[in-house]
Design a binder for this molecule. Structure first.
Ligand SMILES: *Cc1c(COP(=O)(O)O)cnc(C)c1O
Length: 309
């Protein structure tokens, strides 16, 4: 028994009609913790439990922390999540609802993260949000499920933050013999750490992160994501916050599923019919999900895009 669920791989009639592609959705928004993070984090937590870990520690106030909290509750092990003071109240509520011990520490994520690492004891396992092979093995199961349906996409579209999802999906493509299926890596303009790494040929540290797609806000991608770009066909595009938010709202109408802006970014190339997809007929999109947003928040963020500063 795994901690994640097998999700539907659904043909989207609405998106296929509007984009002109044959669009298939891998609905990771339906995972118990609300995002694909459940796959990798669940796998890592089970391995650490088998190795004797008696507590899990995370420094993510987002979907990774929620997945760790959920895994701990299901495995009957305590979870400590250290988050910065800037963490939204809603995220704290969701973490506590999963039974996590939430420690608020420091002004920035870096401070919270350092504090979390300081408090990792001998019997604890620290669960990284994106840079860990255990995580990638777990994420790869989403491609195993796609392959079992027999629908082979011409390209897989996904959002990139720290690059864990990208590494997992490419690992999954390779272990299913789909070496020839390229990946379109989508980021927002304010979170373009993978785009910068591709241009430089190695991972670089961005000076800052901005915009609404907070789950994509890793200043530096993991090295493995850049390493894959030398072995696997990866295209990289950037979308605006406005496009990401519009995609969330349209997706909500089309499929009655609320996803956060990070996931809207991944949907935006289809809603915007971006030329980068012109050559591909069957397009699979990883609907990565996101549990920390509300309709009201999306509407406010969208209104702010239109407001003159
Ligand atoms: C974590 C996350 C991402 C980015 O995943 P990485 O593995 O960091 O690249 C995208 N969307 C959502 C909803 C996420 O939670």
């Amino acid at each position: 028994m795994s901690l994640h669920v097998a999700t539907p791989f659904l043909a989207s009639h609405a998106l296929s009609l509007s984009s002109g592609h044959s669009v298939w959705l891998k609905l990771e928004a339906l995972q118990p913790s609300g995002s694909f993070k459940m796959r990798g984090v669940g796998h890592a937590c089970e391995i650490w439990r088998d190795r004797g870990a008696r507590r899990f520690v995370s420094s993510s106030g987002g979907n990774a922390g929620l997945a760790v909290a959920h895994a701990g509750r299901m495995l009957g092990l305590p979870v400590m999540v250290v988050v910065p003071e800037s963490t939204p109240a809603r995220a704290l509520t969701l973490l506590r609802r999963e039974g996590a011990d939430v420690v608020v520490h420091g002004e920035t994520w870096q401070e919270a993260h350092r504090h979390a690492l300081d408090r990792v004891g001998d019997a604890d396992a620290f669960i990284h949000p994106f840079d860990d092979p255990l995580l990638w093995h777990g994420h790869a199961t989403l491609v195993d499920e796609m392959a079992r349906t027999g629908v082979k996409p011409d390209i897989v579209v996904l959002a990139v933050g720290g690059g864990g999802l990208l590494c997992g999906v490419i690992e999954g493509l390779h272990r299913n013999g789909w070496h020839d299926v390229p990946v379109l890596a989508v980021e927002t303009l304010g979170t373009a750490s993978f785009h910068a790494a591709l241009q430089e040929g190695h991972a670089v540290q961005l000076e800052g992160i901005s915009g609404v797609a907070t789950s994509l806000g890793a200043k530096r991608v993991c090295d493995q994501a850049v390493a894959w770009s030398r072995e696997h066909a990866i295209e990289s595009v950037l979308v605006s916050d406005r496009s990401a938010l519009d995609a969330c709202m349209r997706f909500l109408d089309d499929h009655r599923l609320l996803v956060e802006p990070a996931c809207g970014a991944g949907l935006a190339p289809l809603y915007e019919t971006m030329p980068v997809l012109d050559r591909y007929k069957t397009v699979a999109v990883v609907v990565c999900g996101g549990a920390t947003c509300t309709v009201e928040q999306l509407q406010q963020q969208r209104a702010r895009c239109d407001a003159p500063d």
